[in-house]
Design a protein around this ligand. Structure first.
Ligand SMILES: Cc1cc2nc3c(=O)[nH]c(=O)nc-3n(C[C@H](O)[C@H](O)[C@H](O)COP(=O)(O)OP(=O)(O)OC[C@H]3O[C@@H](n4cnc5c(N)ncnc54)[C@H](O)[C@@H]3O)c2cc1C
Length: 440
């Protein structure tokens, strides 16, 4: 009888401990299974759906066309597939996000006698492994990073044998390509190729990573999100040089946020600093819609929001600027912005997204003080000095004499707020909830 490998956030065949375990668990082959969960599919925007579908097609090709795809609630589908295959076991990479943890517990119960066997995770070091000296979960990045480095991680493992027998059961179609979405190359082979191409350029990473007008970052967040490449594979190629250390630290931020969310599942939708539950918020109206559509009249914000709608990605620096604008210039709830990002980002990851939003809002675990308010125009001038990024995503500004503060583009909206005034308003709202400073 074949075993079942239930793929989720691990759409690759190399460096995949759970897949190897599935091949070793049964002599009659492996049923590679992906379940399209309507709960997640229905709320995904076009780029996210398109990316998943393309990644499934790439995985199917690697498995000789034998990937079984079924649509439905995994609590019903996975036990059904296990019964059809008479599988001795179902194998997964462990999921640490709140929805995944709850789903896996329900699927495990629904499987009854058939074990659900987790091995490996989307992280170099699984959440919960690295603890403070007092045995507590970490709340602050720098000490976490030190302990994470000291803990270390396993080396990558090999791929299954090339003559591995993959068993295909009756299934649903992988959704077709979505015409209006312009995706980067998708799948494990493309991710490994991107890494090979990017790795020699790590020397300029630390200096240029804040420049949205340059191809200066790895663009591996979506492959990491869908597990087309494992962080171990990246970490194994890094040395102790300063350039490589900076990149290692960025990979560690992803691991840190997974750790914080696993320890605080409520952080998905609740501020980690409870006083922020009391901050005065504006109601979502036309300003929120202008932000979503990239029509705020602040060019760097609009460029980022339009890049998101067109590609499902946005440069990290611009994510910070756009998020700050929603929170501190529009006084909207960070959760509205986080929801919009999650719906559209092809790398949308509940831990990295929600906790980066909390970081910008100043209500997360780490010190990003609320009173530090980004000036969107100043940020644009600093990080996109020639306005190449703005011109690319906001074509109305292509011929503006100053694309950072356009005055000669009738097709482009006027700024929807006065930044200087809204900055003061944000500080006033923050002062209302600020915890009292303890006496000396
Ligand atoms: C408001 C906001 C929302 C975000 N939402 C997400 C999200 O849903 N998914 C996501 O993967 N990243 C998210 N990020 C983090 C970051 O913007 C992206 O990881 C980065 O832009 C991806 O580009 P890259 O792969 O070229 O990154 P690189 O600079 O090449 O970094 C390498 C890898 O390190 C990790 N990384 C880098 N910076 C961060 C960070 N600040 N937090 C967590 N991981 C990081 C990513 O996995 C990234 O692929 C968010 C940031 C902000 C400010």
């Amino acid at each position: 009888m074949p075993s079942v490998m239930w793929f989720r956030r691990d759409l690759r065949v190399h460096d995949h401990p759970a897949l190897l375990a599935a091949t070793e668990a049964a002599s009659d082959g492996v049923v590679p299974l992906f379940v399209i969960d309507p709960v997640l599919w229905e709320r995904s925007g076009a780029p996210r759906r398109a990316y998943l579908a393309a990644s499934l097609r790439a995985l199917d090709e690697q498995l000789g066309g034998r990937l079984t795809v079924r649509c439905g609630d995994p609590v019903d589908v996975v036990p059904q597939v296990a019964r059809e295959a008479a599988a001795p076991s179902v194998h997964v990479s462990a999921d640490f996000a709140p929805y995944g943890v709850a789903r896996d517990a329900m699927v495990g119960r629904a499987l009854g006698q058939t074990p659900l066997v987790p091995l490996g995770s989307p992280y170099a070091v699984a959440p919960g492994r690295v603890l403070t000296g007092a045995g507590q979960r970490f709340k602050v990045f720098t000490p976490f990073f030190r302990a994470w480095l000291a803990h270390g991680w396993r080396s990558p493992v090999g791929a299954p044998a090339t003559d591995q027998h993959w068993v295909r059961l009756r299934g649903d179609q992988i959704p077709g390509p979505i015409a209006e979405v312009d995706l980067p190359p998708v799948g494990e082979t493309a991710a490994l190729a991107r890494w090979e191409e990017f790795r020699p350029r790590l020397g300029t990473y630390a200096g240029d990573r804040d420049r949205p007008d340059r191809d200066a970052t790895s663009r591996l967040s979506a492959p990491l999100r869908w597990g087309e490449i494992h962080p171990r594979t990246l970490l194994a190629d890094l040395d102790d040089s300063a350039a490589h250390s900076k990149f290692r630290a960025e990979v560690a931020w992803r691991e840190f946020y997974a750790e914080v969310l696993a320890a605080n599942p409520e952080a998905t939708w609740r501020p980690l600093r409870p006083e922020y539950d009391r901050i005065r918020l504006a109601a979502a109206g036309p300003a929120f819609e202008a932000w979503r559509q990239g029509r705020t009249g602040f060019p760097i914000v609009d460029a980022g929001m339009r890049e998101l709608l067109a590609t499902g990605l946005m440069h990290n620096r611009v994510r910070m600027i756009a998020a700050s604008f929603l929170i501190k210039d529009l006084h909207l709830d960070w959760r509205l912005g986080a929801r919009h990002f999650m719906d559209h980002l092809i790398d949308g990851d509940v831990a990295s997204n929600q906790l980066n939003w909390q970081w910008v809002a100043g209500c997360g675990t780490d010190a990003a003080p609320y009173f530090r308010v980004f000036n969107p125009t100043g940020q644009g001038r600093k990080f996109d000095p020639d306005a190449a990024y703005i011109r690319r995503w906001v074509p109305e500004l292509a011929r503006a004499s100053d694309p950072h503060e356009p005055t000669d583009c009738p097709d482009y909206p006027e700024p929807i707020v006065d930044h200087a005034a809204e900055r003061l308003e944000a500080l006033a709202r923050w002062a209302e909830i600020r915890p009292p400073v303890p006496p000396d």
